[in-house]
Write a protein that binds this ligand. Structure first.
Ligand code: HEC
Length: 133
């Protein structure tokens, strides 16, 4: 899993170029390996996009930049097998340093709060339409 975290730059980048997070004044990129087609149907400005659920094994990497334009951390979500964590769509969560070394990972309930209301989009926000490639 963390091997993938290190090679995320070879994944499909979903956004055209780094854009501002809705959580604050920092920029992000989103990379996906796996079910890119379903992820591209999901956007934060809409709910219930009908994208159903992403394929098991899909890995999403959100690259977070600091004010100097350097990557400060990676946040990760991976689709686990059915039953891994039914509370939140069987998603596995992680955070890693810019080199992909994990700082925390697993069934991280601290990550659930904001993502739970996105249940009809497989607990994902997606990239805004205007920022998507
Ligand atoms: C304060 C609310 C909040 C919490 C808590 C939160 N997220 Fe998110 N997350 C968001 C928002 C909003 C987005 C959409 C991108 C953006 O605006 O930054 C997002 C996007 C993501 C994405 C890109 C996939 C997607 O949803 O489209 C990943 C990966 C991710 N978060 C991982 C995590 C991890 C790992 C944790 C726990 C360490 C976490 N999140 C906790 C609000 C949150």
């Amino acid at each position: 899993m963390m091997e993938l975290g290190r090679s995320y730059k070879s994944f499909k980048r979903i956004d055209k170029s780094a854009y501002t997070s809705s959580l604050g004044a920092f920029d992000i990129n989103v990379y996906v390996d796996g079910d890119v087609g379903a992820y591209r149907k999901i956007h934060p400005e809409t709910t219930g996009t009908g994208a159903t659920t992403l394929a098991v094994g899909t890995l999403i990497v959100r690259e977070v930049f600091d004010a100097n334009g350097q990557v400060s951390k990676l946040t990760l979500m991976a689709k686990g097998p059915s039953g891994y964590d039914p509370r939140i769509g069987d998603w596995w969560w992680g955070e890693a340093d810019p080199a992909g070394n994990p700082t925390k990972l697993g069934r991280l309930t601290e990550c659930h709060g904001c993502h739970l209301p996105r249940a009809t989009d497989d607990y994902l926000f997606g990239v805004p339409r205007e920022d998507q490639r």
